[in-house]
Structure formats: structure tokens, C-alpha cells
Design a protein around this ligand. Sequence first.
Ligand code: C2E
Ligand code: MG
Ligand code: MG
Ligand code: MG
Length: 282
Amino acid sequence: RAKALGQGAQQWYSHDIGEESRAHIRLLHGLHQAFERNQLFLAFQPQVSLESGRAVGVEALLRWRREDGSFVPPDQFIPVAERSGLIVALGTWVLQTALAARARLAEAGHGDVRMAINVSPVQLRDPAYLEALDALLARSPIAPGRLEFEITESVAVMGVARASGLLAGIKARGIELAIDDFGTGFSSLSYLDKLPVDRLKIDRSFVGQLDSADSGGRIAEMIVPLGQCLGMGVVAEGVETPEQAERLRALGCKEVQGYLYARPMPFEELLGWLQTRKEMHA
Ligand code: C2E
Ligand code: MG
Ligand code: MG
Ligand code: MG
């Protein structure tokens, strides 16, 4: 195909691919190194009840800080980790670290706050995933209660029967399940009804349009009753304005997450934030 475009185009085309894969390899190498040198950490973003104002959960979000202090965004390095398979080791570390953080939250009097972690479909593709999960949970000092996995709709790509079996296995271990970025992926209402899911997370691209006339706002408005109808909770992510929060409250959405409440923060800061919140909404 490149040939048909002429010699010049072909050279430009192959050069472009070379650049792309070199950048990819550099990023992957850097990520490996950062992982080995303990330069990855988790930031935690609270999820708040619109009714009580209390913190109901926190989402753990992976952070990579380079030696020069700059951050590489997860939207850049997670896809690279997924394509290389490194996400499996990273995912194990995220789970272990999040479990340790949850144990410390419980010690600090926040045992009712659920801990949500993002789980990649690449991790779930491993046929031995549940055995690996059991081994990890067995090594953890605490019960998995109040732990939630956020997965995307793409989990259904493995087939609804297999996906629902796998998710049922996760739930059988006492872990709650949320569909992340809901509405942006492989959406089929028939599979949604078959998956044992506790919660839908409305993607922030829809939430961000709630206070405008854009169609994304209408999608957010439809997801709330859809979740209710299916007996699932609904969390809106990316809530940035009081108007969006008000709209969500009027629609019957119970839980929110976004910069309006708190940005993702280091664990020590989270402890202080949760304490203040608890005193405010006792
Ligand atoms: P996500 O799971 O949908 O996480 C929510 C993202 O929205 C986070 O971006 C969060 O910082 C951002 N966010 C939250 N509230 C607001 C807001 O009010 N305004 C705006 N503009 N953004 C908001 P982040 O931390 O950059 O993560 C991006 C994505 O990377 C995540 O999207 C998730 O898909 C992935 N990711 C992050 N950590 C992990 C991880 O440990 N494992 C896996 N597999 N994926 C991860
Ligand atoms: Mg998430
Ligand atoms: Mg999301
Ligand atoms: Mg996302």
C-alpha cells in the first residue's frame, strides 16, 4: 500500500513506524527500570456519597515519577505495559500495595471505606488468573472485604459466558466489581445484565457535558436509571463543578468522584483528608 503512494511516501511511512516503536521501547525500558527502582507509587482519589457527604471509597491510581520529577501519565504507560505483558507484574504490585493501604485505612478508623483498583483485561485473560489472585489474597494480612475491582466493558470480548464465570469467581472471593468508563466501550445491554456487577462508573467524558447542551450529558442522564434498573450502583467520575453534582443528585446518582471533591493524592494526605471529611460529616 505504501508503494502505491510512491517512493517518498514509503520512506516516510517506514521511518514513522520506526520512530513509534523506538519511543515505545524507550518508554517500556523506562517503566521496567522505574518498577525495579521502586519509583512507582499509588495515588488515591476519594469517592463521596452525595447523600451523606461521607467518603465511601477511594480509587488507587498508579503514578510514575521520573528522576527529574516529571510524571508520565498512566494513559501513556498503561497501554505500553499491556502490550508487553508487564501489566501482569504491575497489577500484582498494585493489588498488594492497595491491600496494605486498605489495612492501614482500617487501622485509622476508615474500615468502611472501600478500596477500588483498576484491573486490566490483559490480567484477566490469563487462564490461571483466579489461582494467582488466591495466592495473593492468602498472603495478605487482611480479609478482602471492601475491595473493588474496576474493569472496562472490554472484558466481554472474551465472550459473555467466560467473562461472567470469571467475574463470578472474583465476586466469590468477596471482591466487588465496577464497570469503569461505562458507555465508552463495547456496550451491549444483554451482556451487562449477565455480568455480576455491583456498580457502573459513568465515564467522565459524559459527566463533563452535564452542564452543557451536548449529547454526552444526555448519555450520563440515561446511565443513572439504567444502573438503577439493573440493580447496580452508579458512580459519576470526573465531577468538576457544583452544577454537575447538583444535576447528578437530581437524577438520583448516589456517588461521585472528581476534582470538585479531591484530586488523587498520596496516602499520607488521604489519611488527613478522610479524617477531616469524617469530622465534617459525622
Ligand atoms: P480511570 O480508571 O477511569 O481513572 C480515572 C481518571 O480520571 C484518573 O486519571 C483520574 O485522575 C482522572 N480524574 C478523576 N477526577 C477527575 C476530574 O474531575 N477531572 C479530570 N480531568 N480528571 C479526573 P489517571 O490517574 O491519569 O488514570 C488514567 C487511567 O489510567 C485510568 O482511568 C485507568 O484506566 C488507568 N490506570 C491508572 N492506574 C491504573 C492501574 O493501577 N492499573 C490499570 N490497569 N490501569 C490504571
Ligand atoms: Mg478506574
Ligand atoms: Mg474511569
Ligand atoms: Mg479511564
